[in-house]
Design a protein around this ligand. Structure first.
Ligand SMILES: C[S@@+](CC[C@H](N)C(=O)[O-])C[C@H]1O[C@@H](n2cnc3c(N)ncnc32)[C@H](O)[C@@H]1O
Length: 223
């Protein structure tokens, strides 16, 4: 499924992974990111996978600082290899688990947006909740979360291809599966994120953007 490419342009042998879907979806995702992400500031990508998206977005959004991350050591190595291959001045990828108790970030890092592509359906639900919990801590108010992937929408037909994908995921791991967007939005709301945009994407995927509510003094006053 994944093609392994070995680069020898450094003293270390580094493996650049190639995930075929990234070259199919990256331009459409970039188009939506341009509409919703702040023009400047730090973006934290959770579950960056091969790192192909990260380098593509960094090249095309030169005014943001793209910080990639993942939990898988092979993926972290691949992200670093892609950054080196593209000779980009990007921060090193972080070993971050969506469901970690706290995301440990470098002290001076002020994250304006969190991006997470194709992760919600291949992690247990608690990791989806972890993403909102941790994002609400690092975004401080006013920041955005961008999610991309397949979702079920109440009252709308579930496309056959997504239904089959959901079944395949659940047979691989009963904790995985295509998430219901209403439930995702409810959990986002519980962490002070309001839904700000849904965009239909190729291959029955969605882009979903949430905005962190900025707390006013009244919000903080005792009830
Ligand atoms: C289907 S891949 C998507 C990768 C990339 N975003 C893309 O679209 O090509 C899912 C990624 O989620 C990562 N992942 C799995 N569990 C995770 C977790 N708990 N926290 C962060 N990343 C996780 C995997 O290592 C993998 O890189």
């Amino acid at each position: 499924m994944q093609k392994l490419e070995v680069g020898m342009n450094s003293t270390l042998k580094k493996a650049k992974l190639c995930f075929p879907a990234t070259s199919r979806n990256r331009a459409a995702i970039l188009h939506v990111l341009r509409q919703h992400l702040p023009a400047k500031g730090d973006v934290l990508e959770i579950a960056s996978g091969s790192g192909e998206h990260a380098v593509y977005f960094q090249k095309n959004l030169p005014n943001v600082i793209w910080r990639a991350s993942d939990v898988d050591p092979a993926h972290l190595a691949s992200i670093s290899a892609w950054i080196e291959y593209e000779s980009l001045d990007m921060p090193k990828p972080l070993d971050l688990d969506a469901n970690a108790e706290h995301w440990k970030l470098p002290e001076d890092e002020e994250i304006r947006s969190v991006v997470c592509i194709n992760m919600f359906h291949i992690v247990p639900w608690k990791s989806c909740l972890g993403l909102f919990r941790n994002a609400s801590t690092v975004l401080k108010g006013g920041g955005k979360i961008y999610l991309y992937g397949p979702f079920k929408i109440n009252g709308k037909p579930f496309p056959q291809s997504n239904y089959r994908f959901d079944q395949a995921l659940r047979s691989q791991d009963p904790n995985w599966g295509v998430r219901n967007l209403d439930q995702v939005c409810l959990e986002a709301e519980n962490r002070d994120f309001k839904l700000s945009a849904i965009t239909e994407m190729p291959a029955n995927n969605l882009s979903v953007v949430f905005e962190h509510k900025i707390k006013t003094n009244n919000d903080n006053s005792p009830m």
